[in-house]
Every structure is written in C-alpha cells, then in structure tokens.
Design a binder for this molecule. Structure first.
Ligand code: LMR
Length: 401
C-alpha cells in the first residue's frame, strides 16, 4: 500500500515550534504558535480552570465514555454563550450541536455535515490570508476552495472592495469562511458596520456563513463583544449558519481538544434530523469526544462564580497582550525602526501581522533566535517585559541592515 506514499513537508507552524524548542540560545523568543504565555513565557493555567479541575477531581473523576454528541450540558452552555443569553431561548430548538475536537475538528465536522446533508456542491471561499489550516481542512473534504483578497497589504487594513466583490459574484449557496473575531493572521476584523454590510450581501445572495470562533474573548476580553458577528448573522439576520467554537485559546485548554460545532437550521425538525447526521458522522470518525476538557469547560460555563472568574481570566490575558502590543510599538518607534508601525496597535486579538519581508523573518530566526511565522505574523503572547525590548531592537536592526 505505502510504497508510493509521497513525502509531505511538516506543518509549518508546528515545525517552527519544534525548531524553537531545540534552539539552545538563552535569548530565544517564540512568537510562532498562537498559544498564550504569561509574563515569564510559561503556559498559563487559568485560575478558573484550576478551580474547575479541583472540583472535578474532588468529585470522583471517572473515565467513562461521553455520549457520541458529547457532554450535553457543555454543548448547551457553549451554544448559549455564542448566541447570547437573551436570544438563546428563541433559537435553541433550531440548533443542531455536537462536541468537536477543538476548532479544527469542528470545522471538519461542519464541512462533513454540509456534504452529508446536501447534494449541492458549494465552493468554499476562504480569506487571503487566513489560518494555515483552513484550506487543508476543506480541500481534504473534497470542497473546491477559492481565495478572496481579505487584506490590503499596502494599506494594512481590510480590503472591503475585494471582499464585497467576491460576495457579489460568488455562486449562490457558496460557503464563506468567516473569522468570528481576532482574524488570524492579520488581527484585522470588520467593524460592526462592515459586518452588517457583509451580512446583508450574504443574505441577499444566499451565501452560507461558516464562522470559525477560535478566539472569542481575545479581542476585547468580553465574549459578548467578540460574539457580535455570530449574533448578527444568527439573531439579527435570522440566517442559517454554522459556528465552530474552540476553547483551546480562551480557556487555555489547547491539548484537551475542547470544541463545539453547531448549526442553526430553519426549524426544530430539521435541527433534529441534522443533529442525527452529526451523531452518525461523529460515530464514524471519533466515536465519542474526549471528556476531561469538556468537563472543565462545562463546569466553568455552568457555574456563575466560575464564569465570573473566567471572564476575569480573559481580561488578564487580553490586557497583557494589549500591553505588549503597545510596548512593541513604542520600542519600534524609539529604536527608529524604518516604516509606519501604527498597524501594530490598531490590530487586535492574539496576533500582530508585522508586514516584514521573508528574508527579515529568516534573519531574525537565524541571527537573533526570534521565531515567527513566515508571513511575519507574531503571537504577541510570546512577548513579555523581559524580551520585548530585545525583539524591537532586533527588528529595527534587521530592517536597517
Ligand atoms: C496558530 O495559528 O498558531 C494556532 O492556531 C495553532 C495551529 O493549530 O495552527
């Protein structure tokens, strides 16, 4: 079977993490993978998560299977979080939901579900640039993936003209991948007015919103603010939509693979049917999802005190990231780094899309032990008060050299 297996290059972002780990330099800095680090460059276990873990282990934690669709109280709480408590009651019966293997598993499930439920062969429109896995997830399912220009590289902002042109010309029933907030890699999100424009055209042209919600809470520290786009499409426009939520980043549960994918359908009967398809798909792929992380997330979302703690944890992460944004900007300016750096502070979320040419990105890695994605996206969470000056100086030196 395997003698003609091709050799596929390693995933760029995971390969970068491995390179960073094997670098023995004491000054090395990891700005690659989007994973939160505290000011000591260490993974951070959220106090709300620590408290939930404690409560779970005091409750005779067992290792039984979850139902195929996942932990019901987790799914319900996750959907409610996304839709918002006031509107949830009026939408709940039209929702089909399933616990997923974090964001990636959720997007894959959403794609499989559309394929299983519909004979249409929709194209999938993906912003350029985007998260490195989007094309792989949807093309591996056999979708025809098309890119549209999302970012104006020159002006360092969303290219709304190109965006709207795509929406006006896409075939009806095409799927459009939307980053619900904190666009990865650009850190540039549509404003509320722009979301409304995007939503109106999509509704008029019968395009399907498939929302990737991997960073809820990372823009503003508030889920309510960051869920604006999700709620606009579902609650205000009343559209069919799919949302893939991940709790990797906003609860720091990266390796636990905690996600929930849900679709909002036209009525309760369709929702029940759709959920039965999700259950069948899940059975054939993962049988039943991992339990531990879902129990932690569920406990946080279903306990008022823990939810409050979690909201405070989101503020802690967001505030530190924002401080690093401003520190980086100020230090780049102080060091006289050539160019305009205002985009660093106008972008939001976990990343800054610096706009450096590839040779500088390579030089920063090879000469300064500073690791970032090839497209010069940096995870601001990799910066801290001990290394931000070094990074700003290195960038300035490299550009000037
Ligand atoms: C990233 O974009 O760095 C993260 O989402 C990690 C990943 O899975 O690519």
């Amino acid at each position: 079977f395997f003698s003609s297996a091709p050799r596929i290059p390693k995933d760029a972002i995971f390969a970068l993490t491995a390179q960073y780990k094997s670098d023995t330099s004491p000054v090395k800095v990891n700005l690659g993978q989007g994973a939160y680090r505290d000011n000591a460059a260490l993974p951070w276990i959220l106090p709300s998560v620590a408290e939930a873990r404690e409560r779970i282990s005091n409750h005779k934690l067992d290792h039984e299977y979850l139902p195929i669709l996942g932990l019901p109280e987790f799914r319900q709480a996750a959907c409610k979080l996304a839709i918002g408590p006031t509107k949830f009651g009026s939408v709940a019966s039209r929702i089909a939901s399933c616990q997923s293997l974090s964001g990636t598993g959720g997007l894959h499930l959403a794609g499989s579900l559309i394929k299983a439920c519909s004979s249409l062969k929709p194209q999938v429109w993906i912003p350029e640039p985007t998260w490195s896995n989007h094309h792989l997830v949807f093309s591996s399912l056999g979708f025809e993936c098309r890119s549209f220009q999302y970012y104006d590289f020159e002006r360092k902002r969303i290219d709304m003209n190109a965006y709207k042109k795509m929406l006006q010309n896409a075939e009806p029933h095409s799927i459009v991948i939307l980053h619900a907030c904190a666009h990865n890699p650009t850190g540039c999100d549509p404003t509320k007015d722009q979301w409304q424009e995007i939503g109106r055209i999509m509704k008029e042209r019968q395009l399907f919103p498939l929302l990737d919600a991997a960073y809820l809470g990372f823009n503003s520290g508030s889920i309510d603010d960051d869920a604006y786009a999700i709620r606009y499409f579902i609650n205000d426009l009343g559209m069919e939509a799919s949302v893939s939520m991940s709790f990797a980043k906003n609860m720091g549960l990266y390796g636990e693979r905690v996600g929930c994918t849900f679709v909002v359908t036209q009525n309760a009967e369709i929702a029940e049917n759709t959920e039965s398809v999700m259950e069948r798909l899940q059975r054939s792929e993962v049988s039943n999802p991992p339990a531990y992380g879902a129990k932690i997330a569920s406990m946080i979302l279903n306990d008022a005190k823990l939810t409050e703690m979690w909201y405070a944890d989101l503020i802690t992460m967001c505030s530190r990231i924002r401080e690093m944004r401003h520190a980086l900007y100020n230090l780049l300016v102080e060091n006289g780094a050539p160019g305009d750096w205002t985009h660093v502070t106008s972008q939001s979320g976990m990343f800054s899309f610096l706009g450096l040419p590839r040779d500088i990105v390579i030089k920063l890695k090879e000469q300064y032990h500073i690791y970032m994605a090839e497209n010069s996206r940096i995870s601001l969470a990799g910066l801290n008060t001990s290394n931000v000056a070094y990074v700003a100086k290195a960038i300035s030196e490299c550009i000037r050299a």
